[in-house]
Design a protein around this ligand. Structure first.
Ligand SMILES: [Zn+2]
Length: 362
């Protein structure tokens, strides 16, 4: 039990990356850096996705820990990865297994305090056939109200009234699904899945190749997320449904925390274009157990409003706008409550699910 795990949580992307690399180097681990070919961070420096592997490369079982799929949510995942390394993760790799730590799958979003990547795309909605992306009719009907071009008090009032009407008619969860499921026809909107394969998606594929994951007998994946649920509470979100072997495995490993988004058990709506779905296609002969550890931050309304304003800033307002500082502060608060108590509880969830995963590959 660590007395003050909050010291592992970074101040920003750059600090998170340095702390991760130092923790790897102090543990004798090499780090493979993939530099973003064109984007820079908010500090005007290059962006990287970093990968470290503990254990034999040709192991038949693996645990993959991913941080920063949703950029700004990376404060949590990065802190967990560095903390685990500092707390002796390397000495706990089970015989015949390896642990792969993927730091900042979406470094652009992490650095700019955005949930999306450099294409305004949600990396966890990006894995679709971009020639024939899914349609989200409910989003299309509400697009201007979901992601307004004008965030003045008057305009927001009208937009919110439209969303309230939809919610009154179809229910609050139907509204959440319309917004967050993923959409592919409004590049200036929120939860946009992109119009092409993202750099992050291509690099994830590259890591799967390099690590020879298709050769594995067993792969466990934990993707670290924030922003959904009661502050400091946690859910292990799986897309597998009750009655399937993968769901049964997840329940056996993580117990009551497991909730299926496809079966309506989760706080999350069913989603399109997720990493989970694509990885299951890649790993047909491997026993795959994939879950997102989702920890709560602020009420869903606050989180949504932060996302709308951030979307407005980048898509319509422009980064020179005086509102920038306040909006970025809201974004951070919505995905990374910088408070010791919150950090303690999410650290505990993270270490518990990782401990359980290590047992499962032992
Ligand atoms: Zn997320």
């Amino acid at each position: 039990m660590v007395a003050s795990p909050e010291r592992y949580f970074p101040e920003n992307y750059r600090d998170g990356r340095s702390a991760f690399i130092e923790a790897c180097e102090d543990g004798g681990l090499g780090v493979t850096a993939r530099v973003h070919p064109k984007e820079q961070g908010a500090d005007a420096k290059p962006l990287f996705m970093d990968v470290a592997t503990i254990g034999p490369r040709d192991a038949r079982k693996a645990l993959l820990l991913i941080s920063g799929t949703h950029g700004v949510e990376g404060y949590f995942g990065s802190g967990v990865q560095t903390g685990l390394l500092r707390e002796g993760l390397a000495a706990r790799v089970p015989e015949g297994a390896k642990i792969v730590l993927l730091h900042a799958l979406n470094p652009y979003g992490f650095s700019w305090d955005r949930r999306v990547n450099e294409d305004n795309a949600d990396v966890n909605r990006n894995f679709v056939n971009h020639k024939h992306p899914p349609r989200n009719e409910a989003y299309a009907a509400l697009a201007d109200a979901i992601a307004p071009r004008d965030i003045s008090r008057e305009a927001m009032k009208m937009a919110n009234a439209k969303l309230r009407d939809y919610s009154d008619l179809h229910g609050a969860f139907a509204l959440q699904e319309a917004i967050s499921k993923g959409q592919y026809h409004h590049p200036d909107g929120v939860y946009f899945g992109g119009s092409r394969e993202s750099w992050s998606a291509a690099m994830l594929k590259d890591v799967f190749g390099e690590e020879q994951f298709v050769e594995l007998d067993k792969l466990l994946v934990i993707d670290f997320h924030t922003g959904l649920g009661e502050s400091g509470a946690a859910e292990m979100i799986t897309e597998d449904v009750p009655g399937t072997p993968a769901y049964a495995r997840a329940r056996k490993i993580w117990g009551d925390r497991v909730a299926s988004s496809e079966a309506g058990e989760s706080l999350s709506a069913p989603l399109t274009g997720t990493i989970d779905k694509r990885v299951s296609e890649w790993m047909e002969r491997t026993e795959l157990t994939f879950a997102a550890l989702e920890v709560g931050t602020e009420p869903v309304r606050e989180v949504f409003n932060a996302l709308r304003k951030d979307n407005w800033l980048h898509a319509f307002g422009g980064l020179e706008r005086p509102e920038r500082t306040a909006i970025k502060k809201e974004m951070r608060a919505a995905f990374y409550p910088d408070a010791p108590q919150w950090k303690k509880s999410v650290w505990r969830h993270a270490t518990e699910v990782v401990d359980a995963a290590l047992k499962a590959i032992a």
